[in-house]
Design a protein around this ligand. Sequence first.
Ligand code: AP5
Length: 193
Amino acid sequence: MFNIILFGPPGSGKGTQSEKLIAAYGLKHLSTGDLLRSEIAKQTVLGLEAKSIMDRGQLVPDAVVVGMISSALDSNPEAKGFLFDGFPRTVAQSEALDKLLEGKNTAIGVVLALEVSEEELVHRLLNRGLTSGRSDDTNEPVIRARIKEYQDKTMVVSDHYSRFGKVVKVKGEGTVDEIFASLCSEIDKRMSL
Ligand code: AP5
């Protein structure tokens, strides 16, 4: 089993690249943002509580997202590996993920960290907000709040995995195909070890 964390700030291209990577490597895509938006669409209690937090650009509580990931791991016993997108986003989430994977005799193979300038992130997300229907994309202060949450709480997750030599920085600006080729090259190097 080969497990990947696709890491990076809001708008860095995690969702875009995840679609291509799961097709290329046959991995199971686990996006906590998508899981939360599905709860919102179904109007569950969890979804309604998460929506107000997401609309402010803040992180939902660790226990909520860890619970969702734990269920998703249990529901996919046949997976060849997992591609985590938007998770983990705090040190507590990364420690919980490590334990969950250890319980399944596996671990994170690589953390691919997409690097994109803040102005490009804001430009991409405002642009997507014109058509996406995502309420957290439509106003700049909320987009900046999401980026600040990333800087304050999520960037340290990369330090957690750096200690184990698992983090690779990848330039996240350029065409989607160029970035995809860089990501594949890093994955191929590690999968063949
Ligand atoms: P989530 O859904 O994870 O959103 P995000 O991290 O803010 O990321 P995005 O989906 O906005 O961006 P992305 O990096 O996937 O980029 P994308 O490919 O879409 O989280 C939303 C919220 O849910 C959070 O704020 C939080 O409240 C909550 N949440 C989720 N997970 C959580 C967790 N683990 N813990 C706590 N709370 C959690 O691309 C963006 C745009 O750029 C698109 O329009 C795309 O077409 C375009 N684009 C992509 N690549 C390129 C390129 N190379 N050049 C130009 N444009 C490009």
